[in-house]
Design a protein around this ligand. Structure first.
Ligand code: 13P
Length: 250
């Protein structure tokens, strides 16, 4: 265990209904985890999750945020609105948003700035594709994604949230990065933060995401620079997410 508190995040992506979520929350509340946990439902269900978790150790978050404030931005949801319905965290730059919705590095950086201004804690996602890894470009890709955000805010500001390393080839594939592969990238991320602000680098939680399951979570979380996880598929079943949280506390 490091001095950084464990953080486990459940990214439900575009899954669930009010009834599904009520059942999940009942299971979760019956055996609340010992670690800090954040649940990221689809935006329309944030208020339901936030209300149920009020007073609990867990909090609700959003899967994305608009980089603009109020106004003529049809279809978008502002940081202030997310805070208003109870979100305390937001995922920014998830690879699915980067790949399918045109979220470039500058857009991601703009979203981080807006989230921080509204008091939302950002989880900034970075990660390479399979082709980039095979071409030996992993470190460069991660550095570019991180530097784009660090052009607009400081490591100290980012330390209020977290950075998630999610190799694109490991997301939803069942093919997790090995603990060693993940640790190597996490250490590089921390070193890059430390080059700007050593104290902030030590304080920042670095999460691993990509096919985290109850069976592989313990080994991943035992790595010195892996401070928790951003869990997709396995977080849809409360018992599995709780087992992953428990693995993080061993
Ligand atoms: P999986 O856990 O389903 O691979 O998803 C990871 C992820 O994208 C979390 O944000």
């Amino acid at each position: 265990m490091t001095q950084r508190a464990r953080l486990l995040a459940a990214n439900w992506k575009m899954n669930g209904s009010r009834a599904d979520i009520a059942r999940w929350l009942a299971d979760f509340q019956a055996r609340p985890p010992a670690c800090e946990a954040v649940v990221f439902p689809p935006a329309v269900y944030i208020a339901q999750v936030a209300a149920a978790l009020a007073g609990a150790a867990a909090q609700a978050g959003a899967q994305d945020v608009c980089e603009f404030t109020a106004g003529a931005w049809t279809g978008e949801v502002s940081a202030e609105m997310l805070v208003d319905v109870g979100a305390r965290w937001v995922i920014i730059g998830h690879s699915e948003r980067r790949a399918s919705f045109g979220h470039t590095d500058p857009i991601v950086a703009g979203k981080v700035v807006r989230a921080l201004a509204a008091g939302l804690r950002p989880i900034v996602c970075v990660g390479e594709t399979r082709e980039q890894r095979e071409a030996g470009l992993t470190q460069r890709v991660i550095a570019e994604q991180l530097d784009a955000v660090l052009q607009r805010c400081t490591p100290a500001q980012l330390s209020a949230g977290a950075i998630a390393y999610e190799p694109v080839w490991a997301i939803g594939t069942g093919l997790s990065a090995t603990p060693q592969q993940a640790q190597e990238v996490h250490a590089a991320i921390r070193a890059r933060l430390a080059a700007r602000d050593g104290a902030a680098a030590q304080a920042t939680r670095l999460l691993y995401g990509g096919s985290v399951k109850p069976g592989n979570a313990g080994e991943l979380f035992s790595q010195p620079d892996i401070d928790g996880g951003l869990v997709g598929g396995a977080s849809l079943v409360a018992a599995d997410f709780l087992a992953i949280c428990a693995a993080g506390m061993q």
